[in-house]
Design a protein around this ligand. Structure first.
Ligand SMILES: Nc1ncnc2c1ncn2[C@@H]1O[C@H](COP(=O)(O)OP(=O)(O)OP(=O)(O)O)[C@@H](O)[C@H]1O
Length: 377
């Protein structure tokens, strides 16, 4: 655990970048520092690897003051990733990643093997190994930055706005990749961003800082969204926090209806039997994948005109996707019903907006109940 204990940083010109900050950063989780520009995020991160020294207070790593060990030993236990990757421009990709293992005394061969392994781990084609940084896209360079930070297998990873300079699509890929890597490696990650959506997506816990380097709230993302500590946090979270909060509620318990599903080659008897099941029927192909919605009266046995079916919106996977995805599916669907599919995309049922609405109310109720129990404890 990293324990930041009443730390203040006052720069020589008098600027107070961080003001009596106390935070406990748990092992093997992603802790995000988020807040507006200039609120002291980078300063806090740099105090953890002693690139900046606190004016007051102390930082403990596994119970020991970080000032008690040589700064080089400390930094070796902490990978560091920054915006624009900070790669050595005149070294190949492979050598950029192999630098740290070489510094740690590995042979050239061992270091390069390790670098090649890491390229694969961060999703980089090893065919890129001989290129130079300027020959890679921004997203690829960031992956190299992550691979280099992982090269010495440090228990801690410090990441300062690592994905800010890439476009939204690549950014999402890098975020997903980080979550995957974290699941495999279980590092203690401290991640700085000014993007609240990134914080909510990546953070196990999120520390919201306000200008002047003061802690506004430190909580799990679901808790931030449901109970912002004050107007500043609420404002920072943005307008649609109610909808975003649904991302943390599972869709597994939704009661699905299967009666409205009909195969495209259904005979007249089946169609007649289903006609009263729902205002709309979901027509599926021979593999059970959804094709589209139709009013029962418009379907003719053995002659479904696929062109005339209504779009079925975006399906969700119960158990994997959240209630937000289910609600999104229902809102996008012209019938107001969301389509549930399995991992292979086969329809497993449909669910109405009304049923999703009831599930949302029930989920809110459970959260309130748990909060009440916690308060009474
Ligand atoms: N070396 C320095 N000397 C004086 N003031 C500094 C120094 N470094 C940072 N500051 C000031 O400290 C405050 C916090 O800066 P810091 O870079 O930690 O914020 P940040 O939250 O990371 O900002 P951003 O999101 O814009 O990167 C700012 O007011 C900044 O101007």
């Amino acid at each position: 655990m990293i324990r930041i204990d009443a730390v203040t940083k006052r720069y020589p010109d008098g600027t107070v970048a961080v003001d009596r900050l106390s935070l406990e950063i748990p092992d093997r989780a992603i802790t995000v520092l988020v807040g507006p520009s200039g609120c002291g995020k980078t300063t806090t991160l740099r105090m953890i690897n002693r690139m900046v020294e606190p004016t007051e207070g102390s930082i403990l790593l596994d119970g020991q003051d970080i000032r008690q060990q040589p700064v080089n030993t400390l930094r070796r236990s902490m990978g560091y990733v920054i915006q624009n990757a900070g790669l050595f421009p005149h070294r190949t990709i492979l050598d950029n990643i192999a630098t740290v293992p070489r510094l740690l005394g590995r042979s050239r061969r061992q270091a390069r093997d390790r670098a090649a392994e890491l390229m694969e781990r961060v999703g980089l084609d090893t065919a890129l190994a001989k290129r130079y940084p300027y020959q890679l896209s921004g997203g690829q360079q960031q992956r190299v930055g992550v691979a280099r930070a992982l090269a010495a297998d440090p228990p801690v990873l410090l990441m300062d706005e690592p994905f800010s300079a890439v476009d939204p699509v690549v950014r999402k890929q890098l975020q997903d990749e980080l979550l995957r890597i974290q699941e495999e490696l279980g590092k203690t990650i401290v991640f700085v961003t000014h993007d609240i959506d990134e914080a909510i997506k990546l953070g196990t816990r999120v520390a919201v800082l306000r200008t002047g380097g003061r802690l506004a709230q430190y909580a799990a993302p679901a808790e931030l969204l449901s109970a912002p500590a004050d107007a500043f946090v609420e404002d920072f979270l943005g307008a649609d926090r109610g909808i975003r909060r649904l991302s943390f509620f599972p869709s597994a318990g939704l009661e699905l209806q299967t009666a409205p599903l009909v195969p495209a080659d259904a005979d007249a008897g089946t169609l007649a039997a289903r006609a009263t099941a729902a205002p709309y029927l979901l027509v599926t192909d021979p593999d059970g994948r959804p094709l589209g919605w139709s009013e029962p009266g418009r379907l003719t046995a053995g002659a479904v005109d696929r062109e005339r079916l209504l779009d079925y919106g975006r399906p969700f996977v119960p158990g994997t996707d959240s209630l937000r995805a289910a609600l999104d599916g229902a809102v996008l669907s012209p019938t107001g019903w969301a389509v549930a599919v399995d991992g292979e995309g086969r329809a497993v049922g449909v669910v109405s907006q009304q049923v999703i609405g009831e599930a949302i109310r029930a989920a809110h109720g459970r959260v309130a109940e748990r909060a009440g129990e916690a308060a009474g404890r």
